[in-house]
Design a protein around this ligand. Sequence first.
Ligand SMILES: C/C=C/C(=O)SCCNC(=O)CCNC(=O)[C@H](O)C(C)(C)COP(=O)(O)OP(=O)(O)OC[C@H]1O[C@@H](n2cnc3c(N)ncnc32)[C@H](O)[C@@H]1OP(=O)(O)O
Length: 266
Amino acid sequence: MKPFLITERDGAILVVRMDSPETRNALSEPSQMQAFVDLCAMVRADRSVKVVVLTGNGPAFCAGGNVKDMRDRGGIFAGSPYEVRESYRNGIQRIPLCLYDLDVPVIAAMNGPAIGAGLDLACMCDVRIAADTAKFAESFVKLGIVPGDGGAWLLPRIVGMPKASLMALTGDMIDAQTALAWGLVTEVVPLAELEASAMSLARRMASNPSHGLRLTKRLLREGQHMRLDSLLELSAAFQALAHHTEDHTEAVAAFLEKRDPEFTGR
Ligand SMILES: C/C=C/C(=O)SCCNC(=O)CCNC(=O)[C@H](O)C(C)(C)COP(=O)(O)OP(=O)(O)OC[C@H]1O[C@@H](n2cnc3c(N)ncnc32)[C@H](O)[C@@H]1OP(=O)(O)O
């Protein structure tokens, strides 16, 4: 079976492409969920990866759950209600648990529509940039189902509760310019420029010291569910570590000596 995720390295950047263009990268098979879990494990184990770029092959970023499998009750939609619940828990819900919490920044380079679980997938990333051809819908409700993979938690944290409610309760599609105005994406570029823009952003992130990147992402994530005083405690502990990294010493020296820093990841 051909792999769902194709990876390629560009220095410290790992580009990940969803590769089922014939179904617009729709999700349903347990092997697709496992591919995300394996990818996250691989990135966590490889300290040389500093940034991940996630994109889709073909005209769509990701069309969400596979509607044909919903009709046929195949993939994660198979079996009794109890079995479907277990399939969600052991299948598609493993993606937010690993991807949202990945140690390194993830940029969603949205090459086309991101619908339902496809939009939620992008929302698990740290930053989203979109082609002008992209469109977005939290459209579960149109099929009579609910955001089952974290969208009800992720989307309000990005666009705020009123706009998340609007999207989730109407299922309506929004275009790239609206997504930009709502803060769902931070940049909209012509499709032909998307990859270059994503890589440029990834390189800007990857030019920073590895510990600083990882610890900063962790603080941003932890801050979503911590009290300010608790987050300050955690920040102090992280900062104490960061101040004693070789890369911090190098960054300070390079600034004062008016030269480019050379980071080692230590
Ligand atoms: C657990 C998760 C639940 C959810 O995520 S709920 C949301 C489910 N998703 C949807 O309802 C989106 C359905 N798809 C679309 O709205 C559109 O497609 C797109 C906007 C994504 C792309 O439009 P365009 O580029 O014009 O492609 P096209 O002609 O509509 O589709 C091309 C082929 O791709 C198949 N396909 C598209 N989306 C899905 C899907 N979600 N599941 C299964 N197949 C899909 C079609 O059927 C068709 O195939 P063929 O050529 O054989 O007719």
